[in-house]
Each structure stands twice: as C-alpha cells, then as structure tokens.
Design a protein around this ligand. Sequence first.
Ligand SMILES: NC(=O)c1ccc[n+]([C@@H]2O[C@H](COP(=O)([O-])OP(=O)(O)OC[C@H]3O[C@@H](n4cnc5c(N)ncnc54)[C@H](O)[C@@H]3O)[C@@H](O)[C@H]2O)c1
Length: 322
Amino acid sequence: MTITIGIVGTGNFSEKHARILAEMGDVNVKAFCGTSKQKADRIASEFSAKGYDNFDDMLDSTKLDAVYLCVPPMAHGQMEMELIKRNIPFFVEKPLGVDKEIPGAILAEVKKKSLLTSVGYHFRYSESVQRMKQVVGSQTIGMISGQWVGDMPGVYWWRNQDLSGGQFNEQTTHIVDILRYLAGEVDEVHAFFGNRIMHEKAESVTVADVGTVNLKFQNGIIANVSNACISPSGQSSVGVTVYTNQGNIDWKPTVLRMETGNDKATYNDTTDPYFIENQAFINALRTGDASLILSDYEDAFKTQQVTSAAVESAVSGRTIIL
Ligand SMILES: NC(=O)c1ccc[n+]([C@@H]2O[C@H](COP(=O)([O-])OP(=O)(O)OC[C@H]3O[C@@H](n4cnc5c(N)ncnc54)[C@H](O)[C@@H]3O)[C@@H](O)[C@H]2O)c1
C-alpha cells in the first residue's frame, strides 16, 4: 500500500523529511504547502509533487494519509486543528509551539480522537541515546547536566521571542526531552536568562542569548540545562552528562562515552535517527501499530510544559511547580 504524504513548509526541514520519505519504498510525497505558491511549486517540482499556498486547498484536492508540519513555532494551531477535524494523522516538528497554550488545546482534541501523531524529537531514535537509556536504567542517577551552545540561526523568526519562544523553547527543547526520556518527569523549574552579546551584534534580537535552568525531577534527580547562542559561526557544544552511582556517562550527538571504575567505553552511532523516526511513523500509518513512535503529541507536550515553565520562571523570577 502506497502511503501519501503532504508537507507544510518549504524550508530546510521540509526538504530533509521529503528526501528521507522519497528514499523509502511505497511512500509518495504528493503535495507541499508554503506561504507562497512560488516557493511551494519550487520544492514540489523536485519531488514530482503539487505546490499549494493554501492549506485547506491542499487537503481538499489531495487524498493524504498523513501531513508533515515543518513550520516555525508561531505557525502552529489552525493546521493541527483542521487535521484533527478531518482525522488526518500528522508528524510535527518540535517545538509544538511558542509556549504551551496552543499545544494544550491541540492535545485535548488529539486525545478525543486518539489520532496518530509523531513529534520530531529525533535524538530518541539515535543508537547513542538508546544505549544511554539502557545503561542508566540499571544505575542510580544522581544528577544530570546538559547544554546547547552555538551560534544564532540566520532565519528571521528564530531571534524573535514572540515567533520562536526563544532558544530554550526552540533548540534546547531537545536536551530537555532527552532528560525526560532518561530521568522521568520534572516537577520544579527555575531559570535565569540573560542578554549579553547578540542584542548589540545583530538586529531585531528579542530572545535571551544566555540561559541556565535548574530542574528537579519527581524521583529526586536534579539537573541543570544551560544554553547560549553567542558563539562564533560554526562553533557549538551540545550534550548531556549523567552522573550515576557507577560513573560518568557523557553524550554528544552521535557519540556516547562511559567511564565506570576503571572501564572506559565509546559508542558511535551507525544509523541515521531521522530515518528511523520517519520509518516509525510510516510503519504506524501502514499497520496501525504506533509502538515504534518514541515521541507522540501527548509525550512531547510534557517537554513543552517544561520549556514553557523555564520561560515563565525567567520572566517572573519564581520557581515554577509543575
Ligand atoms: N528535529 C530537528 O533536528 C530540527 C532541525 C531543524 C529544524 N527543526 C524544526 O523544524 C521547524 C522548521 O524549521 P526550518 O529549519 O525548516 O525553518 P525554515 O525557516 O527553513 O522554514 C520554515 C518554513 O515554514 C514556512 N511557514 C512559516 N509559516 C507558515 C505557515 N503559517 N504556513 C505554512 N508555512 C509556513 C516558511 O515559509 C518556511 O518555508 C522548526 O520548528 C524547527 O525547530 C527541527
């Protein structure tokens, strides 16, 4: 059975998912919807698909088994609600929104219909994160530290707090999601955000450029996750270190290093987590079995609650209890 897909967004991540889907057998990327017909037609032509500049027109004129939403945080809301109304499963790129308000309303509707969803927390599908989860599962975690430090992405919406929700919501959400995957649910959040460099270096920057967030988990584990978008172009430091009763476990995207007693071991990813993530969603569409999907809308909403609480804490100066 050929699975037919429509993709919303004509940017980097629409193309990324479209290329992966096009490589799979029996998947047909049939339509792209963008903010202009010209941009939609341009990407559609690369995949022998049809371009649209109106979401409802795309849904009315093409029978789609699922829709991918690869749009910036501020663009979420109406499209998800329309898909739910039409019972069309969807894959949505992280984060779910600028804050937790619209995602909360979407989640309530998703639950009423038990609609199949998947969210792009792709690190969960990487071998190194799977291995880390397996290892820490048999140890006692004391504390975790994580960070996402890099340069400021060039797209206009990212640097605008109202459009992206800021770095902790937009990028560092990946780290928060990994911590939840390893350590369970968070119940307290306290954040400091600062404006140090980028406001003088680039125009129209309304997001904080440094931040540090303390988390307390329900099981007593504590964590700190820091982020900054002040680095020179191309420099980055992204990762997680888990301190357990048996040693230190250090993860960076694609590589896991473990030191327990005198033992040291390193594991490198050999597979592409984005491919596995897409495969899991397509398999669920085909079989109705969603067990390979590691992040659905309901789970991802819990990550959204934590990142939103961090923003709320930084603004109010209070600890937020979830
Ligand atoms: N999982 C990952 O590793 C990963 C990596 C990069 C980006 N992303 C996520 O993917 C999303 C998109 O990022 P990107 O890099 O493709 O951004 P981008 O700026 O390159 O593209 C965004 C696209 O969305 C379109 N768009 C904006 N508002 C729209 C609307 N209301 N209706 C239809 N289209 C609309 C824009 O025209 C543009 O084509 C973001 O949420 C980002 O966080 C995820």
